[in-house]
Ligand binder design. Structure first.
Ligand SMILES: Nc1ncnc2c1ncn2[C@@H]1O[C@H](COP(=O)(O)OP(=O)(O)OP(=O)(O)O)[C@@H](O)[C@H]1O
Length: 206
C-alpha cells in the first residue's frame, strides 16, 4: 500500500534521517519510536505529503503521492499533535462538521458515537472546556467516521486513560482487519496488543 523510498530529511543543518526506506501493506501497523527531537513528526508529515523530503519519494498504491496527491489524500486520515478539533464548538458540532465533510447524513449517529467514546453529558459544551483526555476523545471520533485506508497518527494515545487506550486499540484492530494500515508514533508499548507490529526506531543524530 505505502512505500517510502530513500527518504532524507535535514532540519536546522542536522540530518534527521538519511536514505530511509520501508513499506507498509494492508492490515499492517507500524510504530515509529525514538527520543524527543529524533524526527518522528517530521517523518510522518513527509509521508502525509505536508512537507517535502530533501531526497527520496513516497508511493501509495505504487503511485507517487506528489503526482497523485488528491487520490492519496482521499485515502489518508492524519491526526497530528494539533488535532483539528474546533475548541469553540461543542463535541456534537465538531462531529456534525466531520460527518458533513465525509458526505454522511447528520442524525442521531453523532450522539451515539460520542456516547461510545465516553462523552455522555458533554456533547453540547465547548470542547475547549473539556479535559485534555476528553478533548483527545473528541478528536479521535474521526477514526470512527472515516473509511480512509491509511491512518497516520502522531501520538494518538496522549492524555487518554486506560479505558480510552483500550477503546483506541480495539478500533485499530478493526481497521487492520478491514484491510487498513496504520502508521503511528507513540511511547505506548503496543507489542502485546498487535502480534504483527512493525517498528522503526529513529536515533537522535547529532
Ligand atoms: N519547521 C521546522 N523548522 C525547523 N526545525 C524543525 C521544524 N520542524 C522540526 N524541526 C526540528 O527537527 C527536529 C525533529 O523534530 P520532530 O518534531 O520531527 O521530532 P520528534 O521525534 O517528533 O520529537 P518529539 O518526540 O519531541 O515529538 C527537532 O530538532 C526540531 O527542532
Amino acid at each position: 500500500m505505502l512505500e517510502i523510498k530513500s527518504v532524507t530529511c535535514t532540519k536546522q543543518e542536522r540530518c534527521l534521517f538519511e536514505s530511509l526506506s520501508f513499506s507498509l501493506e494492508a492490515g499492517q501497523i507500524m510504530q515509529i519510536e525514538g527520543p524527543n527531537g529524533a524526527g518522528k513528526t517530521s517523518l510522518l508529515r513527509i509521508i502525509a505529503g505536508f512537507a517535502r523530503p530533501d531526497e527520496g519519494e513516497i508511493f501509495f498504491d505504487k503511485k507517487s503521492i506528489r503526482q497523485y496527491y488528491d487520490e492519496f489524500a482521499a485515502q489518508l486520515l492524519f491526526i497530528g499533535h494539533k488535532t483539528g478539533v474546533n475548541g469553540q464548538l461543542s463535541a456534537y458540532e465538531n462531529v456534525c462538521h466531520w460527518l458533513c465533510v465525509h458526505g454522511c447524513k447528520v442524525d442521531k449517529q453523532a450522539y451515539d458515537l460520542l456516547a461510545d467514546l465516553g462523552l455522555v453529558g458533554l456533547e453540547d459544551v465547548p470542547v475547549r472546556t473539556l479535559s485534555a483526555g476528553q478533548q483527545r476523545r473528541v478528536a479521535l471520533v474521526r477514526l470512527w467516521l472515516n473509511n480512509a485506508r491509511l491512518w497516520i497518527l502522531d501520538e494518538p494515545f496522549t492524555a487518554l486513560d486506560k479505558k480510552g487506550v483500550a477503546l483506541l486499540q480495539a478500533q485499530f484492530k478493526k481497521h487492520l482487519e478491514q484491510g487498513g494500515a496504520i502508521l503511528l508514533t507513540t511511547h505506548q508499548d503496543l507489542t502485546t496488543h498487535f502480534d504483527e507490529l512493525k517498528t522503526l526506531v529513529l536515533e537522535y543524530q547529532f
